[in-house]
Design a protein around this ligand. Structure first.
Ligand code: MSP
Length: 646
């Protein structure tokens, strides 16, 4: 029988629409669910909405509607947002559903029957935003530190859950299972709370005279359930507690994911509730940090919301998933910045991974007519070394990703991707092609194709769409995704037809004018038309310069472009590949004088079509003031093609 993996997000309040913070947690849970499915687990992913309580009641009133209508609307928006951004959840629970209400009442009754609930009087400072009472110690200047709002003193008769009955048990449980709450700092936070003093009993009811929007207590009609006691139970109600196959199958193999804002309810209320109800504790509580915008907690009241849907429409689904999962170190806060999104897309996705896939498939098309070349055992081309490197990268990636450290895992996998790009550069396949060393060339291509397939499989929980595109491009749609087997480098079929997947991750330009807005890099017409260049007096950042890949290239052939007076078509060895460029130098240079010269090439310029020819880069030439004549910058022969400037 397959091992089980059950992952949950918090159920989100329906008093506001989904934002980046919610999207991150949900994308992370989605990625983990796909990752474990890939690893052969029976994986189950739950998300949903938290719909009872003061906060929703008040939001509905403010919108002149009933809480149920309001909850229906916002819950629908959460659901459609997740559908729009490609989240593949197995179930979506709403706390207003009957299955949930029944489970809450069952648990309340159990806890009550056990003697862990009593009726008492309580006075305290209450924050409507947080839906909870604050102790004096937790208040800051009489205010709730999260909502910056003065707290109201409320006194009323209520029901209480004796959490302290389970305090010693919980301390012992955490000591026995040191990663029960992870990363460690959040476990320490919970332990400090548990060890500092006796836990206060938890007020778990609200009188109906004050609030009707909740689940009626099974043992007192005049009260509804406190929203946290209600909400936490979603994790078991959704899988059919107290009966049902799903509950038996997936509990307690559960991984809760939350942010640091709700550690106390999940780290203390929930395990003690479970214990009292006679349910096994969850397996792990996985706590991530906050996405901060300009150092502030992102929330609607602070007015700095970017919607997840906008973001995905603007940058692409895989791009945003990659940004989220690469940019946030699990447990720490991260800064949300569209600048960084663009950098991650341009550097990691376009330059490293996309470029590897595209250049490899171009070479296979060019040298082998697009058919997967056979591997030649007599000329293995570092195959064993690559297999060992792949296995090491896979292990380090999976070891980290499995414990939610997606960023550290991806970083390690990217080192291998960069290594493969270097493997191409040092082996110079275009040279081997010229020498007609087809056996070595074939083995190199085959090694790379197998490695790219393996990486696409490993990345599939993160890059859900482009991995599929890579499988198609490699003619490997029907191949196994078994993470062990992909390490054999022996999966693709000799002669299988590959295809050009197109540019997987188009590069993006940052526009300086409108912070955060981007436009896709436009192809400017070169050659015949003059390019506007106003560079004098413009100061650029070193990082802007660093984006320009200038390399030494050797001119191999040169010929006139028919029908044009100005243009020459050149082939050059860029050190990366052999490529064609079109340059407006025909008036000043005879083609036969050029082969053998080493010049400077802007290698990462977006290809442009000029006179029906595609130019892959631009030569650098200087023009004296007042002159039109371009003079090629020539480079000393001691510097090899491919040497980078900078
Ligand atoms: N309804 C409760 C949870 C009940 S779970 C039984 C709740 N809802 S919430 O809508 O406020 O969602 C809080 C969660 O949203 C966080 O724990 C986190 O998963 C996510 N985030 C909200 N803002 C966030 C950031 N700025 N950054 C990262 N995650 C954030 O609390």
């Amino acid at each position: 029988m397959k091992e089980r993996f059950y992952v949950t997000t918090p159920i989100y309040y329906v008093n506001a629409e989904p934002h980046i913070g919610h999207a991150y947690t949900t994308v992370l849970a989605d990625c983990m669910s796909r990752l474990y499915a890939l690893l052969g687990y029976d994986s189950y992913f739950l998300t949903g909405t938290d719909e009872h309580g003061d906060k929703i009641d008040q939001a509905a009133r403010a919108n002149n509607t009933t809480p149920q209508e309001y909850a229906d609307r916002i819950s629908g928006i959460f659901r459609s947002t997740w559908d729009d951004i490609g989240i593949r959840y197995d179930d979506f629970i709403r706390t207003t559903e009957k299955r949930h209400i029944d489970a809450v009442r069952t648990i309340l009754q159990k806890v009550y029957d056990r003697g862990d609930i009593y009726f008492g009087s309580y006075g305290g400072f209450y924050c409507v935003g947080c839906e909870r009472f604050f102790t004096e110690k937790e208040m800051v200047d009489g205010k709730c530190p999260d909502h910056d709002r003065k707290l109201d003193y409320i006194e009323e008769k209520n029901y209480f859950f004796k959490m302290s009955n389970y305090q010693e048990w919980l301390i012992g449980h955490i000591e026995k299972h040191p990663d029960f709450i992870r990363p460690e700092r959040y476990r320490n936070e919970v332990m400090a709370l548990l060890k500092s003093e006796a836990l206060e009993d938890l007020c778990i009811s609200r009188p109906k005279s004050r609030l009707q929007w909740g689940i009626t207590l099974p043992f007192d009609e005049n009260y509804v359930t406190y929203v946290w006691f209600d909400a936490l139970i979603n994790y078991v109600s959704a899988i059919g507690y107290p009966a049902g196959e799903k509950f038996a199958a997936y509990w307690p193999a559960v991984e809760h994911i939350i942010a640091k804002d709700i550690v106390k309810p999940h780290g203390i209320f929930w395990p003690t509730m479970l214990k009292s109800a006679g349910i096994e504790p969850y397996r792990h509580l996985n706590v991530h940090g906050y996405w901060n915008m300009q150092d502030a907690k992102m929330s609607k009241s602070l007015g700095n919301v970017v919607t997840p849907k906008n973001l995905v429409d603007r940058y692409g689904n895989d791009q945003i998933r990659y940004f989220f999962l690469r940019e946030m170190n699990f447990g720490n806060d991260a800064k949300f910045s569209e600048d960084v999104i663009i950098d991650r897309i341009n550097f990691d996705l376009a330059n490293d991974w996309g470029n590897l896939v595209n250049r490899l498939l171009n070479m296979v098309a060019k040298y082998f007519d697009g058919a997967v070349p056979p591997f030649d055992p007599a000329e293995p081309a570092e195959r064993d070394d690559l297999i060992a490197r792949f296995a090491a990268a896979r292990k380090e990636y999976l070891d980290r990703a499995k414990v939610f450290q997606t960023s550290a895992g991806l970083e390690r996998l990217w080192e291998f991707i960069r290594y493969l790009n270097k493997y191409i550069d040092t082996n110079r396949p275009w040279q081997l092609a010229k020498e007609q060393n087809t056996t070595r060339l074939g083995s190199i291509m085959r090694n790379l194709l197998e490695a790219v397939y393996g990486i696409a499989v490993l990345l599939s929980p993160v890059l859900t769409q482009s991995s599929e595109a890579v499988y198609r491009a490699l003619g490997a749609e029907k191949k196994t995704r078994d993470v062990e087997k992909i390490g054999s480098f022996d999966l693709l079929d000799d002669g299988a037809a590959t295809q050009d997947p197109g540019i997987l991750f188009p590069r993006l330009e940052k526009t300086a004018t409108e912070a955060g807005a981007v436009k896709k890099a436009e192809t400017k017409k070169q050659g015949g038309q003059k390019m506007e260049q106003q560079t004098e007096g413009v100061v650029i950042d070193i990082s802007e310069f660093a984006r320009v890949d200038i390399r030494v290239a050797k001119i191999l052939t040169a010929e006139k472009v028919e029908g044009s007076e100005k243009l020459l078509q050149l082939t050059v060895d860029s050190g990366l590949d052999e490529r064609t460029i079109v340059a407006g130098i025909a008036k000043w240079y005879e083609p036969e004088t050029l082969p053998g010269k080493k010049i400077l090439l802007v290698a990462n310029l977006k290809p442009a079509t000029i006179f029906k020819r595609t130019s892959h880069g631009m030569l650098l030439a200087a023009k004296a003031p007042g002159s039109d004549q371009p003079v090629l910058i020539e480079i000393d022969d001691s510097i090899p093609a491919g040497a980078k400037l900078g």
